[in-house]
Design a protein around this ligand. Structure first.
Ligand code: FAD
Length: 487
C-alpha cells in the first residue's frame, strides 16, 4: 500500500477521494486545492445559494472556449473552491443510465460494471430530494403539463431504470443550500482527522518524476515548492487535470515540444474532449402571469431523438428561469434549455503556455459534426412544440429565440450563433485500451506509461453520459476508492 497520497483538486472526485482514503489512519493524505478550502460554516452564501450558478458564485476559473465550429466564444464555468464544480453547479442529481455504463465498459472501462455503479450509488453521501409539484415554479408546472399534452410520457423517476419522460428534478439542495462534495464528504469531523491535510489557495504546476524515469514522486506547486508522495492522484477536472498532465510532459509529443516541454509519455491527452451543447429556446412571458421564478431549475423532459442509439435518451429540455429578464420586451422571460447529451463532436484542450497561470486553449468543437446539428435541431423543435402547447403557451407573449417563424435552417443558424454549453466537459484523459488513439488511462485511472500516477475525475470518462455529470464523477471516485484503495 502507498502510504502518502497527494490528491490534486478538491472537487466532485477529489473531495470524495480525500474523505474515503483518509478513513484508513495508516495512510497520509494531502489534498491540494487552488481555490479556498472553506470549512462547512465558512462557505460564502454566494457559493451555497442553489439559485446562483457558475461565475455568479464568485468562485469560477474564468475560462473561455475557442469558437470552434460556432461564431462566438463561450464562458466555460468551473468551480475554483473546495467542492469544485459541484459547488457552482445546477444541483441536478441524476445517475448515469445503464446504457452509459455499458458503453463505458465496452470502451475499455472494465471496472465499470453495473454492480460497481450500484454499490457506488448506495455509498454516495450527497443528500438528494426529488422536487414535489408544489416546489416547482408556475412555468415549470405548466411545462410538465404541456409536455404531457404534447404526448411526452411521465418519467418513472429520473434515477429509475426507465427514466425517459417529463418530471421534476432530483436535486442535491437542502433548505436552499447546494450541498457540494466538500459539504457532503469533507465534514468538520473528516477534516479533523490527523492523517488528512487540506491545503487551499494552492495551485499545482506539474507532477514531479524520479530523475530519468516515469515514476511519479510528488507534485510541484506554482511557487516552486515540491510535495513528495508515494502516489499522485489528479482530480483537477477535465480542464485542470489535462493541463497538469501536459505541463508534466504527458501529452502529444509534438505539441509539448513546441512549448519547450520535455516529453515524459507521448499520450493523446486533451484530444478527445466532449461536452453537451446547450441551446436557449427563449420566450417573452406575460409578466402578470409568470409568477415566482424560483427554483431557477426544476423540471425536464428527457427523450430519445429519432437518431439516438438504441437504449439511449439524448435530448434534455429543461424549464429554467436562467435568463436575463431585461432581454424580453415584456420584462419577463423563461427558457426551455435544450441539450444534446450524446453528441458525436469531440474537441481539444491544449496549452497556450507552460506557465500554470495561463489558461489552456479549450475548443469544445460543439456542433462540429453535422449529425449533432441535425439532432439538436430536432430537439429544439420538440421544445417549441411544448412551448406552443397549453398551459405553457398561456404564459407566452412571443417566442424570442429562435423566433416564431423560424425554419429548420434558421434554427441551425440560431444554434450556431447563440449556443452555450451545459458545462459537462469530459474525456480529456479517457479510459481505454492502451495504445488506442484516445486512451490515456486504465480502468482505475492509472496513467499509461507511468507508475504511481492516477487521474480520477470527469477527464477519464470515455465519453459524455446522457445526464449531467456530477453523480457519474462521484461514482467513479467511489469505485476507485473501493477497488484500488479498499476504502
Ligand atoms: C455551471 C455548472 C452547472 C452544472 N450543473 C450540473 C448539474 O446540475 N448536475 C450535475 O450533475 N452536474 C453539473 N455540472 C457538472 C459537474 O458539476 C461537474 O461535472 C463535476 O463537478 C466535475 O467534477 P470533477 O471532480 O471532474 O472536477 P471539479 O469538480 O471541477 O474539481 C476540480 C478541482 O480541481 C481544482 N484545480 C484545478 N486545477 C488545479 C490546480 N492546478 N491546482 C490545484 N487545484 C486545481 C479546481 O479548483 C476544482 O476544485 C455543472 C457544472 C457547472 C460548471
Amino acid at each position: 500500500m502507498n502510504n502518502t497520497v497527494v490528491i490534486v483538486g478538491g472537487g466532485s472526485a477529489g473531495a470524495v477521494l480525500a474523505s474515503r482514503l483518509s478513513e484508513n489512519p495508516g495512510r497520509q493524505i494531502t489534498l491540494v486545492e487552488a481555490g479556498p478550502a472553506y470549512r462547512a460554516a465558512e462557505f460564502p452564501q454566494t457559493v451555497t445559494n442553489a439559485q446562483l450558478l457558475g461565475a455568479f458564485t464568485g468562485a469560477d476559473w474564468g475560462y473561455q472556449s475557442a469558437p470552434g465550429a460556432l461564431d462566438h466564444p463561450i464562458a466555460l464555468y468551473r468551480g475554483k473552491v473546495l467542492g469544485g464544480s459541484s459547488a457552482v453547479n445546477g444541483s441536478v442529481f441524476i445517475r448515469p443510465t445503464t446504457a452509459d455504463i455499458d458503453r463505458w465498459r465496452a470502451a475499455g472501462a472494465a471496472a465499470f460494471t453495473q454492480g460497481a455503479f450500484i454499490e457506488a450509488f448506495e455509498r454516495i453521501q450527497v443528500p438528494v430530494h426529488t422536487l414535489e409539484r408544489d416546489e416547482l415554479s408556475k412555468v415549470q408546472r405548466s411545462f410538465t403539463d404541456a409536455a404531457d399534452r404534447a404526448g411526452v410520457p411521465e418519467s418513472k423517476g429520473f434515477n429509475s431504470a426507465n427514466p425517459a419522460g417529463w418530471g421534476a428534478y432530483p436535486m442535491n439542495v437542502v433548505d436552499g443550500v447546494r450541498v457540494n462534495t466538500a459539504l457532503a464528504y469533507l465534514t468538520d469531523e473528516v477534516r479533523s482527522r490527523p492523517n488528512l491535510t487540506v491545503r487551499g489557495n494552492t495551485t499545482v504546476d506539474a507532477v514531479v518524476f524520479e530523475e530519468g524515469t516515469t515514476t511519479a514522486t510528488g507534485i510541484r506547486l506554482t511557487d516552486g515548492e515540491v510535495i513528495a508522495a508515494d502516489e499522485v492522484v489528479l482530480s483537477a477536472g477535465t480542464y485542470g487535470s489535462a493541463a497538469i498532465l501536459l505541463r508534466s510532459g504527458i501529452g502529444p509529443a509534438r505539441g509539448l515540444a513546441d512549448l519547450g516541454i520535455a516529453t515524459v509519455v507521448d499520450a493523446p491527452v486533451g484530444k478527445h474532449i466532449q461536452d453537451h451543447p446547450f441551446y436557449y429556446n427563449a420566450y417573452a412571458a406575460d409578466a402578470q402571469k409568470i409568477g415566482t421564478q424560483t427554483p431557477v431549475i426544476g423540471a425536464k423532459v428527457w427523450a430519445a431523438g429519432t437518431m439516438a442509439a438504441a437504449g439511449e435518451f439524448d435530448i434534455h429540455i429543461t424549464a429554467t428561469h436562467l435568463i436575463d429578464q431585461s432581454l424580453s420586451p415584456t420584462g419577463a422571460a423563461f427558457v426551455l434549455a435544450v441539450a444534446l447529451t450524446r453528441p458525436a463532436s469531440r474537441g481539444t484542450i491544449t496549452l497556450a503556455s507552460k506557465d500554470a497561470n495561463v489558461a489552456p486553449i479549450i475548443d469544445l468543437n460543439l456542433l462540429g459534426e453535422q449529425s449533432d446539428r441535425d439532432r439538436l435541431a430536432e430537439a429544439i423543435q420538440l421544445a417549441r412544440r411544448i412551448g406552443r402547447t397549453a398551459p405553457l403557451s398561456d404564459l407566452v407573449v412571443a417566442e424570442m429565440m429562435p423566433g416564431a417563424d423560424a425554419t429548420d435552417t434558421d434554427i441551425t443558424k440560431s444554434a450556431l450563433h447563440t449556443l452555450d454549453t451545459y458545462h459537462h466537459p469530459v474525456s480529456s484523459a479517457p479510459i481505454g485500451p492502451q495504445g488506442t488513439e484516445y486512451a490515456v488511462v486504465d480502468t482505475h485511472g492509472g496513467v499509461y506509461g507511468t507508475t504511481r500516477l492516477r487521474v480520477v475525475d470527469a477527464s477519464i470518462l470515455p465519453d459524455a453520459p446522457s445526464v449531467a455529470t456530477n453523480p457519474s464523477v462521484i461514482s467513479v471516485a467511489e469505485i476507485v476508492a473501493a477497488r484500488v484503495y479498499g476504502a
